[in-house]
Design a binder for this molecule. Structure first.
Ligand code: F6P
Length: 357
């Protein structure tokens, strides 16, 4: 049985992508007569016809390699059916290149946007298999995405290290972690790193509550406070504003991001020395953690079985500790937000973490 498989990585990169690519390839070579076509830079390569035959040897030595050997890009789903200045019909171009490559199926590794386009291609008749990738862990239908736990490890190390300098200076340290829509990374790293205040996009915070938490710590002779805030978190007084409006307000105030705005308010209200730390893309760099190497390999192997069974239009998922799958249709367009009453949030409350409510 022969299968000719196109593979692409799309959206923000993260550790584990190459481990997942390796998992798909090595299992496919074991299961059937596999040929791989590497598509460059995500959907951009599929649109432009930028692809190449891959040899079996290219999948060796990449288990621990961060980033993606294929390259990636962001091709917003909302533009997929828009004819822009280049006058290219992106969907027709992708279908034509899929056919030109002679593919039996296309494997896409990506986040929410990637899944929406993967589903679009599936509905257009292509055989597509998705793998859920993002440090945000905000893909619906799966307990976890690869890249997430490595980012938790990195972000937790930042919180740990900031503890010592905060303690030495008796400062308020505002640490801004990635997560524009969902706060999973900030929630996990905040708890793991022992943050005192954790601010998530899902729970708009009240400044007065944040300040009261700081003052309560001072009353208990704790001279410093660690605040872990997701980049998408915002003040409750802005709850009626759209994300773009909130970004514009920050820009007008000359604040690069929410953490600088919050730090400025804290310093003005309390007079306490307040500093900001934004590890940014550092949270997406380097080698995958052993946990993510295993998860990525499991997901890749499962994808190879879906291909062997010709069970297309699916995306791999972890459900209750078992690797499984969901239909692309079920996943596309959904985001897995942190529920306000989630057990992890309640766990944080129970140990005295303030979520700024
Ligand atoms: O989706 C993953 C992510 O790292 C988000 O957490 C972050 O907001 C975004 O990507 C950054 O996007 P870019 O890498 O395009 O700057």
């Amino acid at each position: 049985m022969k299968r000719r498989i196109g593979i692409l990585t799309s959206g923000g990169d993260c550790p584990g992508l190459n481990a997942a690519i390796r998992g798909v390839a090595r299992a496919s070579y074991e299961l059937f007569d596999a040929e791989f076509v590497g598509i460059a830079d995500g959907y951009k390569g599929l649109i432009e016809g930028d692809y190449r035959e891959m040899s079996r040897s290219e999948f060796s030595g990449i288990l621990t390699l961060g980033g993606t050997i294929l390259g990636t890009s962001r091709q917003p789903y909302r533009n997929m059916r828009v004819i822009e200045d280049d006058n290219v019909d992106k969907v027709e171009a992708m279908k034509a290149n899929y056919k030109k490559m002679g593919l039996d199926c296309l494997v896409t590794l990506g986040g929410n946007g990637t899944h929406k386009t993967a589903n679009l291609l599936s509905e257009e008749g292509l055989n597509v298999i998705g793998l859920p990738k993002t440090i945000d862990n905000d893909i619906w239908g799966t307990d976890v995405t690869f890249g997430f736990h490595t980012a938790v490890d990195i972000a937790t190390d930042v919180v740990d290290r900031i503890h010592t300098t905060a303690n030495s200076h008796g400062r308020i340290m505002v640490i801004e972690l990635m997560g524009n829509k969902a706060g999973w990374l900030t929630l996990y790293a905040g708890i793991a790193g022992g943050a005192d205040i954790v601010l998530l996009p899902e729970i708009p915070y009240r400044l007065e509550t944040v300040i009261a938490s700081i003052e309560r710590r001072i009353e208990h002779h704790r001279s410093f406070t660690i605040i872990a805030i997701a980049e998408g978190a915002y003040d409750k007084s802005w709850a009626d504003k759209k994300r773009k409006e909130r970004a514009q307000l920050l820009k007008e105030g000359n604040f690069p991001s929410v953490s600088y705005y919050l730090a400025d308010q804290i310093q003005k209200e309390t007079g306490l020395e307040t500093r900001v730390v934004v590890p940014g893309h550092y949270q997406r760099g380097g080698s995958p953690s052993p946990y993510d190497r295993v998860l990525s390999t499991q997901f890749g192997v499962y994808a190879a079985h879906l291909i062997a069974e010709e069970n297309y239009g699916q995306t791999v998922a972890m459900k209750g500790g078992q690797v499984s799958h969901n239909s692309l249709k079920a996943v596309a367009g959904k985001t897995k937000f942190v529920p306000v009453d989630h057990q992890m949030v309640q766990c944080g409350r129970d140990i005295g973490i303030s979520f700024g409510e």
